[in-house]
Design a protein around this ligand. Sequence first.
Ligand code: SF4
Ligand code: SF4
Length: 302
Amino acid sequence: MTSSTDKGILLQMQDYSIHDGYGVRTTIFLAGCPLRCKWCANPESHTTNSKLIYYKHKCKDCGKCAAVCPKSLSPTTMERPNPSCDACGLCVNACPNKALDIACTQYSAGDIVSRIKRDAIFFRFTGGGVTFSGGEPFGQKDFLRTLAHKFFSMGIGMWIETCGYFNFSEVKDIIEMLDHVFMDIKHMDSNIHEEYTGVGNELILQNAVKIYEMNIPITIRIPSIPGLNLTEENIKNTAIFMRKHMPKAEIELLPYHELGKAKYIALGREDSFTTFTVPTKEALNKAYEIFAEHGIKIGEYS
Ligand code: SF4
Ligand code: SF4
């Protein structure tokens, strides 16, 4: 399954979202991500390959899924990922308990635009619009460009959530159409950044500054983990960087959570799930105070 100008791979579309920007929004989650953050709560977003997800806790062992599989597989007990399973989805439709699902589905730009047209009235009355998320939305840049041009011509506002790891010159024309960018700076130490995400932070920091210099409103986000990046040193270093290079940008701290564990289990990847400490409200407030002391405005969207 491939991404192109007119077709792309989505994890899902979420209507009536109120957490990804102003007003009522439709969030379009594009599959695929160049990072492998050890705390990632959406492991199904790592690649654009369609895959079968199995939620064991919803399964009643009725056997209806295995009965319809053309490959004679048993979706509940087979090894996952399974090269024999082509994610045809027949077992998903046969399951009466919603214990199975397919992650990463191909959509055409036309399908998505039709659905957005239906929601446009809510955008108009609430100041909302579309938010592109992922995965990493710039990873499917050609499809994203097609969608952005269509929504721009329809007068629909667009925000984006990005990990920041992309070739700026290849997507600058898309960024010019956006109303707001959320970008993660996960750690100011590039070696630690690489250890926990698979890539260094240089490109991300450069891209954050380039977007800021385009006068596109930008909110820096930190997926906040005590002892890793929610430390006084890292928070201060992030605040100093922002004060120097992007003083009018906002900061938002996203507390680490363990909600992704069920997805690792459903994908048969429980071994890759790493547990971190959930931050306290006090630790988050202390970090916000440091940003405020450096003159950085707090963004509150989540
Ligand atoms: S998705 Fe299709 S091939 Fe895969 S287990 Fe289900 S029915 Fe079989
Ligand atoms: S059809 Fe659904 S509930 Fe029945 S065995 Fe398969 S996954 Fe479990």
